[in-house]
Design a protein around this ligand. Structure first.
Ligand SMILES: Cc1cc2nc3c(=O)[nH]c(=O)nc-3n(C[C@H](O)[C@H](O)[C@H](O)COP(=O)(O)O)c2cc1C
Length: 153
């Protein structure tokens, strides 16, 4: 089983959670690679934060820094994303939109301040990929501290 863990992390919180997922997958004997997405848009500091919000609520998009990973060569993709304004973060949305024909099996790790049921974000990703996720894990992360992790279908 060849698994790709792909993540976008603005401040490094999701990155830490993705690292733990990579470790857990390796411990299960799975062959795992990872891809860290970077965007060409400014997301840094207050101006970057404001721009993330404005682009998300206005239905905008964010361009990705090019990557070389051949997504189609993986059996399964684990998508680790923060929630932005109740939606999938725009850099991850750009990745899903670009790779929708190359992903057949997907699992999500959805990170937010509020945690709990994040079906709306999981459904949004299913819709872009035109598949039904295998499961998703909702992680409540408050200023980098993990408060709760729950699995959902
Ligand atoms: C632009 C923006 C919008 C956010 N919107 C939400 C939200 O709607 N609900 C929520 O629970 N958390 C929201 N968050 C919090 C993030 O999902 C959370 O802090 C996450 O851990 C960020 O991880 P990262 O900094 O590694 O990308 C938002 C964060 C940002 C930057």
């Amino acid at each position: 089983m060849k698994t790709l863990v792909v993540y976008y992390s603005r401040k490094g919180y999701v990155e830490k959670i993705a690292d733990a997922k990579i470790k857990a997958e390796r411990e299960q004997g799975n062959e795992v690679d990872f891809l860290s997405l970077e965007t060409l848009s400014n997301t840094i500091g207050f101006d970057g934060f404001r721009s993330c919000i404005i682009k998300t609520v206005s239905g905008g998009s964010m361009e990705l820094f090019p990557y070389e990973t051949d997504v189609a060569s993986y059996d399964k993709v684990v998508i680790c994303t923060p929630v932005w304004c109740g939606k999938v973060a725009l850099p991850m949305k750009a990745f899903l939109t670009k790779e929708k024909h190359n992903i057949n099996r997907a699992e999500y790790v959805i990170v937010s301040m509020s945690g709990g049921n994040t079906d709306a974000v999981a459904d949004e990703m299913d819709k872009i990929l035109r598949l039904k996720r295998e499961k998703y894990t909702s992680v409540q992360c408050v200023w980098g501290k993990i408060k709760k992790e729950e699995d959902f279908q």
